[in-house]
Design a protein around this ligand. Structure first.
Ligand SMILES: NC(=O)c1ccc[n+]([C@@H]2O[C@H](COP(=O)([O-])OP(=O)(O)OC[C@H]3O[C@@H](n4cnc5c(N)ncnc54)[C@H](OP(=O)(O)O)[C@@H]3O)[C@@H](O)[C@H]2O)c1
Length: 389
């Protein structure tokens, strides 16, 4: 039998030469035909799927990829809502949209809404409110059935000249009257005339020159009063804070507030479980919202590989992400997992009460290592103090 490949002396382009010269023309031709045939079959399959109306099941570039399976998205044995002092009921699981990019966030929001989520956690500074608003509108779910949270961010606006330019009216925390134009901008982008919850994103008040205003940072009562006014005006239904520690909340609530902060949105994860803050907030009737509940994109892989998490996942038949999300709700907090991956968005709304021993084991594991914060912009913002001290 004639050999198909002939060994040639090695030269500079020996690999190419060997292939080009050693392979029979007939073999190359049949390989090329096979490739064209495979391409044609693939194209026909996609075209057929389109014609049959399966576009929604194809990858995003072929269609909208919104899958409403209606299966498994349940909250079993744990609260689906918490009641705030206003009497409003806030859903315990939200879709977080920080770092949800353009052309991804809308699809994520629609996937979430059609699979049962009724809570979207956003912020002006996430720069995706317009797409979130469009998705809310296109989902056709009545406005009053969806809980929308946004946040007022002073510092980030001042750090980013482009963002700053787009809302020239914004000055500093010194001028609480300027909050309303920023809120109006969020309302317009989200396509709504009220927010269910508006948070002071960071406990840092800045001056015009970029330095921080010590007095207002320590006691943001003037800002709070403005938020209270916006509640009375009907633009906000509930107000709260974010990234406040116990001391900062005490400073704020030492004032004669008309409305108490309804929630405090803080980092809570396996790496930073903050048991003292969880307990103090429970005792003081301030609902905590767990941000970066899976460890954020930097640590999500590590979180899902924690041995106790994997063990409980195997024991309960849940995924590792579902174990962590369930643990947060079982701790009595709201949880805000972010995902732009449709299958994960659906996965994350399957929340189940963990067996008591499993819950205790995870709580013990989370609280017995050195806590480690994922998000602390103090240095980046040039502050000479730590926001969390
Ligand atoms: N108030 C504040 O200062 C503050 C700060 C940070 C965050 N937040 C809020 O909290 C939300 C969540 O926090 P976060 O975005 O930092 O982090 P996170 O929800 O803990 O983690 C998000 C990361 O996990 C991945 N992920 C999600 N579900 C998964 C699953 N089932 N399996 C595997 N990977 C999964 C996501 O990937 P894909 O998206 O690629 O699927 C993404 O990389 C934010 O979106 C925001 O709304 C607030």
């Amino acid at each position: 039998m004639p050999a198909k490949y002939t060994l040639l002396p090695l030269s500079k382009d020996s690999g190419r030469s060997r292939n080009a010269l050693g392979r029979s023309d007939a073999t190359k031709r049949s390989a090329a035909r096979l490739k064209i045939f495979a391409l044609l079959i693939t194209a026909c399959l996609f075209y057929g799927a389109f014609r049959l109306g399966f576009a929604a099941r194809l990858p995003p570039f072929f269609g909208e990829d919104i899958q409403c399976s209606g299966e498994n998205q349940t909250i079993d044995g744990l609260p689906s809502h918490y009641t705030l002092p206003s009497g409003d009921k806030i859903p315990s699981v939200a879709l977080g949209v920080w770092r949800a990019a353009k052309n991804e966030v809308g699809r994520a929001v629609k996937t979430a809404l059609c699979n049962g989520y009724r809570h979207i956690d956003g912020a002006w500074i996430y720069r995706n409110e317009e797409e979130v608003g469009r998705a809310l509108k296109e989902s056709d779910i009545p406005r009053e059935e969806v809980w929308i949270t946004s946040k007022v961010t002073i510092h980030s606006i001042r750090q980013n000249p482009l963002a700053y330019k787009s809302i020239k009216l914004w000055n500093t925390f010194h001028a609480p009257d300027d909050i309303e134009p920023v809120l109006d901008e969020s309302l317009r982008r989200l396509g709504t005339d009220y927010l269910d919850l508006y948070l002071i994103h960071w406990p840092v008040a800045m001056n015009d020159d970029g330095s921080y205003d010590k007095d207002l940072t320590e006691d943001p009562y003037p800002t709070w009063q403005k938020l209270e006014e916006l509640v009375d005006k009907g633009k906000l239904r509930n107000i709260g804070v974010s990234n406040f520690n116990e001391r900062r909340i005490k400073n704020l609530t030492a004032n004669p507030l008309k409305y108490k902060p309804a929630v405090n949105q803080v980092e809570l994860s396996f790496w930073l479980p903050q048991p003292e803050l969880v307990q103090w907030s429970r005792e003081n009737d301030i609902l905590l919202e767990a941000y970066s509940p899976l460890g954020s994109s930097e640590r999500v892989r590590d979180s899902l590989n924690v041995p106790e998490v994997k063990e409980i996942a195997a024991q309960t038949g849940l995924t590792a992400a579902q174990v962590l999300i369930s643990w947060h709700v079982q701790r009595g907090t709201i949880v805000l997992p972010k995902s732009v991956t449709p299958s994960r968005v659906r996965e994350n709304l399957h929340v189940v009460r963990l067996p008591d021993d499993a819950f205790e084991k995870l709580e013990q594991a989370a609280t017995s290592h050195k806590p480690s914060r994922g998000s602390n912009p103090s240095k980046n913002w040039g502050l000479d103090f730590d926001i969390f001290d």
